[in-house]
Write a protein that binds this ligand. Structure first.
Ligand SMILES: Cc1cc2nc3c(=O)[nH]c(=O)nc-3n(C[C@H](O)[C@H](O)[C@H](O)COP(=O)(O)OP(=O)(O)OC[C@H]3O[C@@H](n4cnc5c(N)ncnc54)[C@H](O)[C@@H]3O)c2cc1C
Ligand code: SF4
Ligand code: SF4
Ligand code: SF4
Length: 370
């Protein structure tokens, strides 16, 4: 049977508007040092650069999170049956945690737990570093490599000295292109932090044993309901729609809705909650075609949903994730809120509810595409 190739991804994924821009296809293909496909713009799907050199190997098609070719293989490995019986995926346990280190807690997005774990792994030499994401401005991030506590703190939460960069940014996107960054560090032992679409691609790469997935020591997944994308020309509309000045945004958190913490104007800190459905005009269209909220293929998943302010919800999944988390707890670098079984059940139900809402959104979107 003829293997499906990048040409088929263009027809079946790009032309339908469902490319999640994970960069997996480009990373695999360019890691073999062929300049066959690439990005003309990082915020659009990749394109053929030298189509005549395509080896027709079909790997790009197999690893794309939108083709679902390897789903049954991944589901066997990660003991996942289906979203109906397991809306949040296969998991070991659920926690609500906080960093014990003041700097990670203060600078963290929620409880500063992800960065605390990364720092632990770096200090114990379990990894050489991590592919993380630096905030450049509200709704603008870029992938970076962290190999020390200082690097991690620089990639935590959101910095205050961002307004000077606002002028230079032409396109705003909360999505971080982490997978292409893996090629630059493929000889290092890495921790990768990413969204569900990115880990779907990475787990497909690992399943096939293709580069650059070989050195990923641990996959720390973030919950993700959707990501946002808009052009600079839409910033003014955003500011008017929500009565928020971009340069006043101090921090963004995502839980049941999107929470904007604004600079203290002398009267006190202002907090604005915006429901996801009010942000539809700014959502990346391909996120409509995604059904995984809680990052089912991660070793450990993290999110704000289900935990109170300054705490991170943690779901341990694989043996590797479970062992790492138990080492981290023993080392005392994070502490857990005291949750009885009924509190845990409530958290699971809330995450399941968001997972189901995402599954339904995808079903409706795909029906309209047919
Ligand atoms: C785009 C996006 C959407 C999210 N959507 C939801 C949601 O809908 N519901 C929900 O409950 N939680 C969501 N989360 C997760 C939540 O915002 C926190 O990231 C999570 O709770 C971990 O918090 P923490 O304080 O423990 O992490 P921290 O200790 O602050 O560490 C976070 C680390 O992750 C890195 N990082 C962040 N984003 C990326 C990325 N895309 N690629 C690589 N590294 C990254 C940072 O650089 C930092 O090193 C989302 C996160 C992101 C980035
Ligand atoms: S060489 Fe293989 S991975 Fe690269 S574009 Fe062609 S089919 Fe895809
Ligand atoms: S692998 Fe990722 S970037 Fe490539 S076509 Fe699929 S979704 Fe788009
Ligand atoms: S919703 Fe999140 S995981 Fe899904 S495609 Fe969008 S960014 Fe990726």
């Amino acid at each position: 049977m003829k293997a499906k190739i990048f040409e088929d991804l263009i027809k079946e994924v790009h032309e339908k508007g469902i490319c999640q821009e994970c960069g997996g296809c480009v990373s695999f293909c360019s890691s073999a040092e062929y300049d066959i496909i690439g990005y003309k713009d990082p915020h659009t799907p990749p394109e053929y650069i030298h189509k005549d050199q395509c080896l027709k190997c079909g790997i790009c098609y197999l690893i794309c999170p939108q083709t679902h070719i390897l789903d049954s293989e991944l589901n066997k490995t990660y003991k996942f049956t289906d979203f109906n019986s397991m809306p949040i995926g296969n998991y070991d346990d659920i926690y609500s945690c906080q960093a014990t280190d003041k700097e990670f807690l203060e600078n963290g997005t929620d409880g500063g737990v992800v960065n605390s774990i990364l720092n632990f792994m770096i200090e114990k030499k379990l990894i050489d570093g991590a592919i993380v994401s630096k905030t450049l401005a509200p709704f603008s991030r870029e992938a970076s490599f962290a190999k020390s506590k200082t690097d991690l703190l620089q990639s935590s939460g959101m910095k205050l000295d961002i307004s000077s960069q606002l002028e230079e940014i032409q396109k705003f996107s909360t999505y971080t292109h982490s997978i292409p960054e893996l090629n630059r560090y493929k000889f290092k032992k890495l921790a990768v932090i990413g969204t569900p679409c990115q880990f779907n691609t990475i787990r497909c790469m690992q399943d096939l044993g293709v580069t650059p997935s070989e050195n990923m020591e641990i996959c720390l997944g973030l919950f993700c309901y959707e990501n946002f994308y808009f052009k600079k020309s839409q910033v003014e509309k955003f500011e008017t729609d929500f009565n928020i000045k971009f340069s006043d945004i101090k921090k963004i958190n995502i839980k049941e809705d999107v929470i904007f913490k604004l600079m203290d104007d002398g009267i006190g800190e202002k907090i604005i909650h915006i429901p996801f459905n009010h942000l539809k005009n700014y959502m990346r269209p391909a996120c409509n075609a995604c059904n995984d909220f809680s990052n089912i293929y991660a070793d450990i998943s993290f999110g704000g949903l289900g935990s109170s302010d300054k705490y991170t919800t943690v779901i341990t999944r694989t043996e590797k994730g479970k062992n790492l988390f138990s080492q981290v707890l023993d080392a005392g670098i994070i502490k857990c809120a005291d949750l009885d079984s009924s509190k845990k059940k409530t958290m699971i139900e809330l995450i399941s509810q968001f997972s189901q809402s995402k599954i339904k959104r995808k079903e409706e979107f795909m029906k309209n595409l047919e």
